[in-house]
Design a protein around this ligand. Structure first.
Ligand SMILES: NC(=O)c1ccc[n+]([C@@H]2O[C@H](COP(=O)([O-])OP(=O)(O)OC[C@H]3O[C@@H](n4cnc5c(N)ncnc54)[C@H](OP(=O)(O)O)[C@@H]3O)[C@@H](O)[C@H]2O)c1
Length: 281
């Protein structure tokens, strides 16, 4: 398990999480099913495609980088599976509508929607005064796109007794950090939307699953120098956790320390706010 991701001792302790699953059982569970993965071209999405390539599920891969998606389709084909790619910018409303139109033409519709595409921005507020577009594009991708896709897919997901997997972040449950307003507000918005929708989805047979992730070593965290040596999960480990969740259909995955960290966030809210204000520029 964690050892095989080259984790340090600290990482092994922080990220110890069951990621074993039976490939044979997953193959049976996904036989004849259609799995939509947004953000399939890099990072967690790419690893998930690789992990699911041999299951025989019809994988629908969505992201902007068409050539990466085509390469992944080739990999799925070579593993005896089937993939369809859509090079779509999910911040563009008309492209999202077109994608939903294409998905609506699938004879049996989508069975699993892995809402994974995301963009993070770390920028001080005082460097953002003329950058309203930062807030628009994070909301467009991290909030409006998954809401629009979910609304369009829910009838088929209900018919198929399907599943929605929201690739979320631990930060949505913790004290807000300075410089992360655009990213955290948009991820928290979808997390709240999804948690509000979850009981209604569950009642109609759709499994709502939230995956709360700490740092994951993908290109998303590359621009942040402070994260270069920080403990981070391996994206393959995350992909395997998602595969396990496709089998268990559990409501939530979070690292073991998230609950105590949430309690600490509430208890130490005031000192945290006072300290944060001292350390920002
Ligand atoms: N990395 C972390 O530390 C971390 C921590 C917590 C949660 N997460 C969440 O994990 C998810 C996956 O992130 P990652 O770490 O794998 O990042 P990543 O390697 O940067 O991958 C992001 C994916 O989203 C796609 N994407 C970005 N903008 C898009 C757009 N406008 N339209 C369509 N697709 C778009 C990217 O593809 P194209 O560029 O080809 O469009 C890429 O496939 C995100 O939701 C993120 O919030 C990550």
């Amino acid at each position: 398990m964690p050892g095989k991701y080259d984790y340090s001792l600290l990482e092994s302790a922080l990220f110890f999480a069951p990621a074993r699953y039976s490939a044979a059982r997953l193959k049976t569970a996904l036989a004849g099913k259609t799995v939509l993965i947004t953000g399939a071209s890099y990072g967690i999405g790419e690893e998930l495609v690789d992990e699911l390539a041999g299951t025989g599920a019809h994988l629908i891969l969505v992201a902007r980088t068409g050539e990466k998606l085509e390469a992944l389709k080739k990999l799925v084909d070579e593993n005896g599976g089937r993939a369809t790619v859509f090079a779509v910018d999910l911040t563009k409303k008309d492209e999202v509508e077109e994608l939903l139109g294409e998905l609506g033409r699938l004879p049996a519709g989508v069975d699993v929607f892995v809402s994974n595409a995301g963009k993070s921005i770390r920028r001080p507020l005082y460097e953002s005064l003329d950058r309203f577009h930062d807030f628009e594009r994070t909301m467009a991708l991290n909030y409006f796109a998954p809401v629009r896709l979910a609304l369009g897919l829910i009838p088929a997901l209900e018919k198929n007794k399907g599943q929605i997997v929201n690739v979320s972040a631990v930060n949505t449950a913790l004290a807000p950090a300075p410089y992360w307003a655009a990213y955290q507000a948009s991820k928290t918005a979808f997390d709240q939307w999804f948690r509000c929708a979850a009981p209604e989805l569950e009642r109609r047979g759709i499994a709502p699953t939230s995956v709360y992730l700490p740092l994951v070593r993908t290109r998303m965290i590359e621009p942040t120098a402070a994260y270069r040596n920080a403990p981070a999960m391996h994206p393959r480990h995350v992909a395997r956790i998602i595969c396990r969740l496709l089998l268990t259909r559990r409501r939530r995955f979070a690292p073991w320390w998230l609950f105590p960290a949430e309690v600490a966030s509430a208890v130490f809210r005031r000192p945290w706010e006072a300290i944060a204000a001292r350390f920002v520029d």
